[in-house]
Ligand binder design. Structure first.
Ligand code: ZN
Length: 232
């Protein structure tokens, strides 16, 4: 795979395309009715954008939030930020993580490596992008998601099974990721979807997985008109 070409292609994709990839990867993807998918995507994107707008208002900013603003935002939300060197499991490369207790961990060594790589490829759209800001913004959204129970992504449920008058319903994992992506993009005023970085940053660790991820994203972005058969 020509990674530079792949990245250039991903930069062109819309938020909805990446959102379809997230839906495709949800643990209960098969239970999400096709006719609801585009609505779910739209609502989840609106949710992330609205939360970014609230956050910017809170900071008194129009656009162009930087590291210090993000740290201020995190503090105002009661988040504790901690730094660790790295946490690389076999398949995944972690740049950051969030715990429901309100702690965000940023993996510095992995982030610095990623930032150096983004510079190395010399891609116009990445100029001036700080990866640690992207990671922190994304994890801040997960905190908002954990605290604001009335958000669309928390209240929306899929019917899983029915037993007499009882219907078991479940929330989706993918909606939090879709909103988080929209939140980060708006907050940092990015010109591309932050998930583009997932492919770029995975590449030096595992070329095969990076290519697989690239293919999954581009393939699921065409899923709009494909109706899957499943039971509701
Ligand atoms: Zn996430």
């Amino acid at each position: 795979m020509d990674i530079k070409k792949a990245i250039k292609h991903l930069i062109q994709l819309k938020d909805e395309d990446f959102a379809r990839y997230h839906i495709y990867n949800d643990p209960i993807e098969g239970r999400i009715p096709s006719y609801l998918r585009e609505d779910i995507i739209r609502e989840a994107l609106i949710c992330g954008n609205e939360e970014a707008t609230y956050a910017m208002e809170k900071l008194g900013m129009v656009k162009g939030i930087g590291w210090a603003d993000l740290v201020e935002l995190a503090q105002s939300l009661g988040i504790q930020i901690q730094f660790k060197k790295c946490d690389n499991s076999l398949q995944y490369v972690y740049f950051g993580s969030y715990e429901d207790s309100g702690v965000i961990t940023l993996y510095e060594e992995t982030i610095s490596k990623g930032e150096a790589l983004a510079q190395e490829y010399n891609i116009e759209e990445f100029k001036g992008i700080s990866l640690r800001e992207v990671v922190l913004a994304h994890e801040i959204f997960h905190h908002i998601e954990a605290r604001k129970k009335d958000l669309f992504i928390n209240s929306f449920r899929i019917n899983l099974w029915k037993l007499g008058p009882y219907t078991h319903r479940s929330r989706l994992i993918c909606t939090g990721e879709i909103s988080g992506m929209a939140f980060t993009k708006r907050l940092l005023n990015l010109q591309f979807c932050p998930n583009v970085l997932d492919v770029l940053l995975l590449y030096p660790y595992n070329e095969i997985l990076a290519e697989q991820l690239y293919k999954e994203i581009t393939m699921s972005s065409h899923q709009k008109y494909i109706l899957k058969s499943h039971y509701l």
